[in-house]
Design a protein around this ligand. Structure first.
Ligand code: NAD
Length: 282
């Protein structure tokens, strides 16, 4: 039986630690808000935005909500970001992605001041992460590192295979595992020998966005399996990229979906916000 990597418990532990830190910062006169911007009314985005606001309330930081109509122009959105960049009380700015197609996502990400880029998506944050310098880390991969560390799983020297090379999950995941001294292989849609590669992994991180793709035939006995995928199946139930019931008996440790990686993303967003408040010199 694999060790179940409990993202619900670990994310709660992190939020409770942050709650204490926020109270300490408040006592030192350090406060600040997270500005959350949503353009349009995508229902999935609305759920994520609500969860982020609830997490802020839980740890004791203020969240400011900007719900803009889907017709908002790029310039209007840039103007709002500029206003929030200049507001010293705002310590984090988050634009819920995706934005409507008429808005250039990259222009929006670049407009956010790097010291308020709590999603860690700005090119400056990505560059700093790449060379191991200070900056905000993207929340999902940073959350996975926390899951591994807080579950007592050693990364150094392990062969880590990451399936997926997106800018928000796969690529930064590979870099963070490298920073932890893992030996990292990145697999993607053009990789030829996926099964053989995966079978070599001590730690397999699956972020391919393909429901229940990875079965027991992709997994080495004793491997640690991290499932980043989130999908709804035909019965409206959540599932991941991994066939959990098939892989679990083989793995030494595995994340469930839901309750694995998902809750960690918001916990790490809160961590970035608290770091930003702590470092604000006013
Ligand atoms: P994406 O679609 O941008 O990237 C998918 C990656 O998988 C691509 O790089 C592609 O090359 C690779 N891929 C696709 N098919 C493949 C195949 N057959 N063989 C090998 N590689 C293949 O997706 P993403 O944004 O990186 O997200 C991945 C999954 O993680 C999605 O299900 C998404 O919903 C989920 N996700 C979860 C969280 C969370 O908080 N848990 C956060 C972000 C994304």
């Amino acid at each position: 039986m694999a060790q179940l990597i409990d993202g619900k418990r670990i994310s709660q532990e992190i939020k409770d630690e942050l709650k204490v830190k926020v109270a300490e910062l408040k006592a030192q006169g350090k406060t600040g808000a997270l500005a959350v911007i949503q353009v349009g009314e995508d229902p999935a985005s609305s759920v994520y935005v609500r969860n982020k606001k609830n997490a802020c309330a839980y740890i004791g930081i203020e969240s400011l909500s900007y719900e803009l109509p889907k017709e908002t122009t790029q310039q209007e959105l840039l103007d709002l970001i500029e206003k929030l960049n200049a507001d010293s009380h705002v310590r984090g700015i988050l634009v819920q992605l995706p934005v409507p197609a008429h808005i250039d996502e990259n222009a929006i990400i670049r407009a956010i001041r790097p010291d308020k880029d709590v999603d860690g998506f700005h090119p400056q944050s990505v560059g700093a992460m790449t060379i191991g310098q200070k900056g905000f880390l993207p929340c999902t991969p940073a959350g996975i590192i926390q899951l591994l560390k807080r579950s007592g799983i050693e990364i150094a020297g392990k062969h880590c295979v990451v399936i997926g090379r997106s800018n928000i999950v796969g690529k930064p995941m590979a870099l963070l595992l490298l920073h932890e001294n893992g030996t990292v292989t990145i697999a993607h849609s053009k990789t030829r020998n996926l099964k053989e590669l995966c079978k070599e992994a001590d730690i397999l991180v699956v972020a391919m966005g393909k429901p229940r793709f990875i079965g027991a035939d992709y997994v080495k006995e004793g491997a640690v399996v991290i499932d980043v995928g989130i999908h709804r199946n035909e019965n409206n139930k959540l599932c991941g990229d991994v066939k959990f019931e098939e892989v679990e008996p083989l793995a030494s440790a595995i994340t469930p979906v839901p309750g694995g990686v998902g809750p960690m993303t918001i916990a790490m967003l809160m961590n970035n916000c608290v770091e930003s408040i702590a470092e604000n010199e006013g």
